[in-house]
Design a protein around this ligand. Structure first.
Ligand code: XUL
Length: 541
């Protein structure tokens, strides 16, 4: 039997999916929620947020303890761990972990009688890790961008503009603010390569897919870019692991896991990747013409790109894809936490929230929200503030519909650089189970949306990447599409079609929404008259 394990360390939890390749089925799937299962770390939604909302960190020890909890569950369930051929995982992107010189020796000498947490505890040169929600490096972004020759050149070199959450600006801030600790740092890992190192029992490389989210990798050559490294901090190259291609086998699982949990000592490993690149595989985006929306703590919109092609406007990113090609992506911070704020402020549950979406009309009587509950990435908003036009924060139905319409209107507007409009969009992530939300997305994008049974596409993607690499190494080359389709249960997926009746309404609303962004963020003209015209056209007959 060939089993493959896919893990995922996301913002709010840690998951694992075990697949049986011959039977083409998921044998076991389990998630651990950080706040609930590991309350001793005191996180909220998996993170620590500063009062001004800008500094957002998490705790790398908590991630390791979650891994131990997950493996303990595997033991309780009596899973065939010794038959797993290859393991990999994915992590929330961009987050950095700072380790001192005792990290690798500790990993090489792990004692099976002790927990991982107790042994790894003393190996950090920075106790907490800045994660993708952090937006405290505005100054560093500017410094790096200038050093790299401005916006266009930064994008052409690294695949993205400098972004506050990206690893490069974060490392620069650490170097500037905590020089001594920077000097004590022997290696800086991404969330992905940190956890990959734990399983490997020594420092793991970073894969090209996740490496692209650092502003440090040359997006064309897929090597560390010397100019970019110099713009961050001295001696940085010595503190980074090497880069490698996503499916390359990096070694076998460390003896600790063989002795403590019963994995086979022959279990192979490939580097962990970012959650979005892994989801690209988990939803089956291995060909052109389709896109995916992932509705989780972050909302992302992404597509597979056969060829490198960047967004010179600076809002989007190009990352590597596990296939060895590229992916285009935009990311929102106001994803599930913004939806939750609206839900909680009216004491709703998700069912009552959906019922309101079902009974309120497309266009929301012209009530428009710019939903910056948190600082936003796209468009760039540093100070959180929710703007409402035509209603206030007491209007229950108005707020519920407005936040969802705003999220998809913004996504439609800001994803247009990526490619021709897709002919189908795949939905994944926790909130993709909400059909009423997906109906709104289908109408705004004017595109059918396919919803799969599996919502944790990052973990599934990791299991599928494992299988692909394993069979490649044995010269059994499965086609990506064939491999993925076996596990996605396409026949059981649900398709949500756009209602053509609302095509023009949402085209009009998109223009007005764009004007509001312009009005609030770039001192553009007040679009109130257009909004009134919209209300008259659609709601006053
Ligand atoms: C993508 C991004 C987020 C994180 C969260 O660029 O920042 O989607 O990967 O999981």
């Amino acid at each position: 039997m060939d089993y493959f394990l896919g893990l995922d360390c996301s913002t709010q939890g840690f998951s694992g999916i075990l697949i049986d390749f011959q039977e083409k089925e998921t044998v076991f799937s389990h998630s651990i929620n950080f706040d609930i299962s590991l309350p001793q770390y005191g996180t909220q939604h998996g993170v620590y947020i500063s009062n001004d909302g800008k500094v957002v960190h998490s705790n790398p020890l908590m991630w390791i303890e979650a891994l131990e909890l997950l493996f303990a569950t595997f033991l309780q369930e009596d899973l065939p761990l010794n038959e797993i051929k290859l393991i990999t995982g994915s992590g929330q992107q961009h987050g950095t972990v700072y380790l001192n010189k005792s990290f690798e020796p500790t990993l090489k000498n792990l004692n099976k009688e002790k927990t991982l947490v107790s042994q790894i505890k003393g190996t950090f040169s920075r106790e907490t890790s800045p994660v993708w929600m952090d937006s405290s490096t505005t100054k560093e972004c500017e410094e790096i961008r200038n050093q790299l020759g401005g916006l266009k050149s930064t994008i052409q070199i690294t695949g993205s503009n400098t972004f506050e959450r990206f690893s490069g600006p974060q490392i620069r801030k650490f170097y500037k603010d905590n020089y001594d600790k920077y000097a004590q740092t022997s290696i800086i890992h991404l969330v992905s390569s940190f956890l990959s190192s734990i399983l490997l029992g020594k420092n793991s490389p970073i894969d090209h897919a996740d490496g692209a989210g650092m502003n440090l990798m040359n997006i064309k050559t897929k090597e560390w870019d010397d100019g970019a490294l110099d713009s961050i901090a001295p001696d940085l190259k010595k503190k980074l692991p090497p880069l490698t291609s996503p499916l390359s086998i990096i070694g076998k699982i460390a003896p600790f896991f063989v002795d403590r949990y019963g994995f086979s000592s022959e279990t192979l490993l490939i580097p962990w990747s970012g959650d979005n690149p892994s989801s690209l595989i988990g939803v089956g985006l291995t060909e052109k013409g389709k896109a995916a929306i992932s509705l989780g703590t972050s909302d992302t919109y992404f597509t597979y790109l056969k060829d490198l092609f960047v967004d010179l406007s600076g809002e989007g990113h190009v990352f590597g894809a596990p296939t060895g090609d590229y992916m285009g992506l935009i990311c929102y911070k106001n994803g599930s936490l913004a939806r939750e704020q609206v839900k909680d402020s009216f004491n709703l549950n998700w069912i009552s929230f959906s019922n309101i979406l079902a009974k309120t009309p497309p266009g929301n009587y012209g009530k428009i929200m710019l939903p910056y509950f948190y600082p936003e990435i796209v468009p760039l908003v540093s100070k959180p503030k929710v703007h409402r036009f035509g209603f206030d924060d007491k209007d229950l139905e108005g707020n519920v519909r407005a936040v969802i319409e705003a999220q998809f209107l913004s996504m439609k507007i800001h994803s247009e650089w990526i490619q021709e409009p897709p002919d189908e969009i795949y939905a994944t992530g926790g909130a993709s189970t909400n059909v009423e939300m997906l109906k709104i997305a289908a109408n705004i994008f004017n595109t059918k949306i396919r919803k799969f049974e599996v919502t944790n596409s990052a973990a599934l993607g990791a299991a599928l990447r494992s299988a692909k690499s394993y069979y490649n190494s044995r010269n059994q080359n499965f086609d990506w599409t064939e491999l993925v389709e076996n596990f996605l249960n396409i026949e059981e997926s649900i398709i949500i079609h756009p209602n053509k009746k609302y095509e023009i309404l949402y085209k009009d609303m998109l223009k007005i929404y764009q004007k509001y962004e312009n009005y609030i963020l770039r001192n553009g003209e007040d679009p109130e008259l257009s909004r009134q015209f919209f209300i008259k056209k659609y709601f006053k007959n």
